[in-house]
Design a protein around this ligand. Structure first.
Ligand SMILES: Cc1cc2nc3c(=O)[nH]c(=O)nc-3n(C[C@H](O)[C@H](O)[C@H](O)COP(=O)(O)OP(=O)(O)OC[C@H]3O[C@@H](n4cnc5c(N)ncnc54)[C@H](O)[C@@H]3O)c2cc1C
Length: 427
């Protein structure tokens, strides 16, 4: 869905960047100009490497310029479940990495003076069902007991109005570490910083071929040029095309859509989300929403529709969802509607690693990539710099394409149908 996003409309004037022409040389060539790619470049430049970022469209074209801008901790699933699957130590490192990822975004923003409306007032996960609240409590106890993390609180229905002025939910989990920002302002700001550090970024420069030669160099070809480098990083996430078959077939793109209202009065927006936290609820087909820097309600949900009519219906349904949560918004005009692709993996965990031929990758943040993709860029840079010393609990060894990957759209459709059924009738 390529309609103008509210982020694009409110990011200010965009600097246009050149298309790659002819031959260029660098240490590391990075394919993909989103959070992952720009953060990799930023950290490598600071370590003294010369980098080139190739972006098929424009910086932030993918999910990084379209997302809800919610900087959240954790992963899909409880840390207790990851401790069971991956071992306690790995799970603890995963948790710490997710906490650090939000600090990282905040630090990059502050150190480089990136103006991106960052608000760090925590995040809230409202409970769609009573049973979800019970799960939150178990999770809170686990994190306090095992990880010594005490910044989560749980509120019941009677206290909800202090957080969200709605009767839609049964209570909520609050995590003081969460934040939200203007994602496109951040990504454009980071691109400027990368260039300030001496890195190059080429837009409208699709990498169409990656070839390694015997001299341990890699050549990345674009329609009008090529880059010769020591290493290549591919961070195209859910926007992966045919460049690398394994990467393309390891990520499952799932569409998510957003709407944004006109700017609301200070009184109204304050009444709806008084503490200005980032919100993402516990429905299987979740709603996520937050205030924006200019007092709009930005509201997201799941959705994929082919054809204009179906798309209109999808956005109408999302608006209906928004006014069901907040009937106070029934007269608010929706000014922007847009969507993008979220990258999922088979086990709902982000993957950071290297293909057999040495190509570095990171993807599959499963809807929680606004902070984690920035962290993944740092982890990739550290892996390139000091492979033996890196802390990477998300390391993915031997990536294999998902069987029957071409059927993923049908699979996602069925999964969503099942999830909607669970939301309606499940416990
Ligand atoms: C609607 C929506 C809402 C979301 N909300 C949130 C949220 O609130 N919080 C959160 O944590 N996460 C959220 N996410 C997820 C988050 O946006 C992503 O995890 C994150 O942006 C991934 O960043 P990335 O750099 O890895 O990928 P992307 O930002 O998708 O970047 C990949 C880039 O690669 C480029 N590319 C592809 N192929 C080539 C090629 N061959 N050559 C050159 N360039 C190429 C694409 O054009 C694209 O710009 C949301 C996602 C969507 C779509």
């Amino acid at each position: 869905m390529d309609s103008l996003s509210m982020w694009e409309a409110t990011a200010g004037e965009r600097k246009s960047r050149p298309t790659l022409q002819g031959e260029q040389h660098c240490d590391i060539v990075i394919i993909g100009g989103g959070f992952s790619g720009l953060s990799t470049s930023y950290h490598l430049q600071k370590m003294g490497y010369r980098t080139i970022v190739l972006e098929k469209n424009t910086v932030g074209y993918g999910a990084s310029g379209r997302n809800g801008g919610e900087l959240l901790t954790g992963y899909h699933g409880t840390m207790e479940s990851f401790a069971q699957k991956k071992g306690f130590e790995t799970a603890k490192k995963m948790w710490e990495l997710s906490l650090d990822s939000i600090d990282l975004v905040e630090n990059i923003t502050k150190e480089n003076g990136i103006s991106c409306d960052l608000v760090r007032k925590g995040d809230i996960r409202p409970a769609y069902k009573v049973s979800h609240l019970e799960k939150f409590k178990r999770d809170q106890e686990y994190l306090a007991e095992k990880f010594n993390f005490h910044e989560i609180s749980i509120i019941d229905r009677s206290e909800m109005k202090t957080e969200l002025n709605t009767d839609f939910y049964h209570g909520a989990r609050i995590n003081e570490r969460g934040a939200h920002f203007h994602p496109l302002k951040f990504v454009l700001g980071l691109a400027d910083v990368v260039e300030g550090l001496g890195g190059s970024i080429f837009e409208n420069s699709e990498a169409v071929k990656v070839k390694r030669d015997s001299a341990d160099k890699v050549t990345v070809t674009t329609p009008n040029g090529r880059v010769i480098a020591d290493e290549v990083v591919i961070v195209t996430n859910a926007y992966a095309g045919n460049l690398d078959n394994t990467l393309k077939k390891s990520v499952i793109p799932v569409e998510s859509i957003m709407i944004a209202t006109e700017p609301l009065t200070e009184e109204l927006i304050q009444e709806l989300i008084p503490k200005n936290r980032a919100v993402s609820d516990s429905k299987n087909l979740l709603y996520y929403f937050r205030r924006t820097g200019d007092n709009r309600m930005a509201f997201g949900g799941s959705g994929r529709a082919l054809g204009k009519r179906a798309q209109r219906k999808l956005f109408d349904n999302l608006r209906e969802g928004m006014t069901t949560v907040f009937p106070q918004l029934k007269d608010a005009r929706v000014e922007y509607r847009w969507g993008g692709k979220v990258g999922f993996t088979q086990d709902f965990l982000p993957y950071i690693g290297q293909l057999e031929d040495g190509t570095y990758f990171a993807f599959g943040y499963c809807g929680k990539g606004a902070a984690m993709a920035v962290m993944a860029g740092k982890v990739l840079a550290e892996t390139i710099h000091h492979p033996d010393q890196v802390n990477n609990p998300l390391k993915k060894e031997s990536l294999r394409p998902i069987p029957f990957h071409s059927q993923h759209a049908k699979g996602v459709g069925l999964m969503k149908f099942y999830m909607a059924f669970q939301d309606k009738y499940g416990k």
